[in-house]
Each structure stands twice: as structure tokens, then as C-alpha cells.
Design a protein around this ligand. Structure first.
Ligand code: COA
Length: 137
């Protein structure tokens, strides 16, 4: 059997995560729990950005997926080590999203030797997706 190293030698990539979510799940959570759900999962900037859209749900769902994808890239899932508000999706002027980690999670990222994350988002009417690539410090 051929075995492969976990990471190619010399790479700066230290993790990858992907996630998809039904937009209807986010829509239902907003309808049922409103601000309590929004402020548990999304930063004020993320909320403002998405709530300004005609239909905020796909935008919020993509950000939800980004947080779960980052938690997979880190190998933690969403929990005590890495929470919903530990990754914020911000936007370049050209529309490209980028990831900003919270100050609280920085010690854990240092421990993981993670410096930054690349991310890409996609949303249809029904499904939102995100992929995150974790880069070495
Ligand atoms: C890890 C987590 C993000 C997985 O997401 P999910 O939506 O439950 O499931 P998905 O179908 O997207 O992903 C499942 C895959 O994630 C991967 N996965 C599971 N735990 C993982 C971990 N710790 N690190 C990396 N990848 C992991 C596995 O490959 C799994 O597929 P498999 O079991 O077939 O191998 C999820 O368990 C989690 O932490 N969710 C937070 C849930 C929560 O708090 N919800 C409340 C909403 S307010």
C-alpha cells in the first residue's frame, strides 16, 4: 500500500474545510429566534452587511458555512475552542470575501501554527457553501 504524507513538504497549507447548508435552515432560525440567533452566530459587521440585502438568508447561510468550514479546517468543529464569532467574513472592495479571526482565538491559532485563512463562498436559492484553506503562520 502506498501511504502519503499528511502534508506535502514545504507547503504553507495546514488545513482545509468545506461546508454546505440549506438556506431554509437559516431562514427558519431567523424567523424562530430572531436577534438571539443572529447575535449568537454572526458578528455585527456580518449582520449589517447581510441584513441590508433584499434577501439576507443566503448571505447569512454562506457565512454560517464559512464558520463551520473553518472549524473543520482547524479540526475542532464549532465548540469551546472555536466558536461562531471567532471567524468574521469581511469583504474586499471588489467583492472578494476574506476571513478575520477574533483576538480570543489567536492563542489557539498560534498553537496550531495557523496564521490566516483563505475562503470562498457560494450561494444558490436553496444551498450555501464555503471552503476554507488554513495557511501556516
Ligand atoms: C464539525 C461540524 C461543523 C460538522 O458540520 P455538519 O453540518 O454537522 O456536518 P457536514 O455534513 O457539513 O460535515 C460532516 C463531515 O465533517 C467532517 N468532520 C466532522 N468533525 C470534524 C472535525 N472535528 N474536523 C474536521 N472535519 C470534521 C467529517 O468528514 C464529516 O463527514 P463524515 O462523518 O462522513 O466523515 C459540526 O459538527 C459542528 O461543530 N457544528 C456546530 C453545530 C451547532 O452548534 N449548531 C447550532 C446552530 S446555532
Amino acid at each position: 500500500m502506498i501511504s502519503f504524507p499528511q502534508l506535502p513538504e514545504g507547503t504553507n497549507v495546514i488545513g482545509v474545510g468545506i461546508d454546505q447548508i440549506e438556506v431554509s435552515r437559516i431562514r427558519e432560525s431567523i424567523d424562530r429566534h430572531g436577534e438571539a440567533f443572529l447575535s449568537k452566530v454572526f458578528t455585527p459587521k456580518e449582520k449589517t452587511f447581510c441584513m441590508d440585502r433584499k434577501d439576507p438568508a443566503p448571505c447569512l447561510a454562506a457565512r454560517f458555512a464559512a464558520k463551520e468550514a473553518a472549524s473543520k479546517a482547524l479540526g475542532t468543529g464549532i465548540g469551546k475552542k472555536f466558536g461562531w464569532l471567532d471567524l468574521e467574513v469581511e469583504k474586499e472592495e471588489n467583492g472578494q470575501p476574506y476571513a478575520v479571526f477574533s483576538d480570543q482565538v489567536k492563542p489557539f491559532l498560534r498553537q496550531k501554527n495557523a496564521g490566516s485563512a483563505l475562503l470562498s463562498l457560494s450561494h444558490l436559492d436553496g444551498i450555501a457553501s464555503a471552503i476554507v484553506v488554513l495557511i501556516k503562520k
